[in-house]
Design a protein around this ligand. Structure first.
Ligand SMILES: Nc1ncnc2c1ncn2[C@@H]1O[C@H](COP(=O)(O)OP(=O)(O)OP(=O)(O)O)[C@@H](O)[C@H]1O
Ligand SMILES: [Mg+2]
Length: 247
């Protein structure tokens, strides 16, 4: 597999008072271009920590992350910023839209902070709003949107600059089942059409079933994986793994 993202022996601990709490303990994982990978694991197992260490929101203690054949230097703040502006799109559980900007302005933000104000970028913003079904809501402020609508807008924002890698932390955790399904359709279609690598965390076996591969995070490492290989009924195998791993 031509790997887009390669994570090798990643470790991360948090200091709590006098003690160190190890969260990631030598975790290794790869995501290919156009591949949709899901991470499942118990609450507190380090799924959000892992995504934050990849994007540079948080800093790993040790280990290597290679993105598009280049080793990421997390010590460099410039590189961390560039990573999030140019290579990685992020979708959060609680949307993280800017409350004072409209839906359209939120989606346009990745262009504006890079000083891009071209006709093409404005068209891209409107195309994305149409793709996620939010054209009629473009002038709404976030508080005038439902939770599901906010998430659709935040997905459009994450995709604005065609990131090579999309990280999604429980993108369907706070939306109704109908929008949850639309979100899965959009994410999967984007990964396949744009050749985007997608790494998504979810607690939902139904949503995990959309992935090409499911990685189970336990005790700070990937404890097991499930490859789809076009099987139709993957729900039963997912439930079996969750049960076996006591997740
Ligand atoms: N900034 C921090 N300082 C100290 N401990 C932290 C910090 N962030 C996370 N932790 C701890 O690290 C562990 C992993 O947290 P993380 O948020 O990555 O879990 P998670 O797998 O995403 O859980 P959930 O499914 O509930 O979202 C938890 O025990 C948490 O308390
Ligand atoms: Mg989390």
């Amino acid at each position: 597999m031509n790997s887009l993202l390669k994570i090798e022996s990643l470790t991360k601990s948090y200091r709590l008072g006098a003690s160190e709490v190890p969260v990631l303990r030598g975790l290794s994982l790869q995501v290919g271009a156009g591949e949709m990978v899901v991470i499942m694991g118990p609450s507190g197992s380090g799924k959000t920590t892992l995504l934050n260490c990849i994007s540079g929101i948080d800093l790993p203690d040790s280990g290597k992350v290679t993105l598009q054949q280049k080793l990421v230097d997390y010590q460099s703040e410039t590189e961390r910023t560039r990573l999030r502006r140019e290579q990685i799109g992020m979708v959060f559980q609680f949307f993280n839209l800017i409350p004072t900007l409209t839906a359209r302005e939120n989606v346009a933000l990745p262009f504006l902070i890079n000083g891009i104000r071209s006709k093409d970028s404005l068209k891209r913003v409107d195309d994305l709003l149409a793709e996620v079904g939010m054209s009629q809501r473009s002038d709404h402020l976030p508080f005038q949107l439902s939770g599901g609508e906010m998430q659709l807008v935040s997905i459009a924002r994450a995709l604005a600059r065609r990131p090579a890698l999309l990280l999604a932390d429980e993108p369907t955790g706070n939306v109704n089942p109908h929008i949850g399904r639309s979100i899965m359709e959009i994410l999967r279609a984007t990964a396949k059409r744009e050749n985007t690598g997608l790494l998504m965390v979810t607690h939902s076996p139904e949503h995990a079933a959309w992935a090409d591969r499911i990685c189970f995070l336990k005790d700070g490492q990937i404890a097991d994986e499930l490859h789809h290989e076009g099987q139709r009924d993957v729900l039963a195998p997912i439930h079996a793994k969750l049960l076996a791993l006591e997740i």
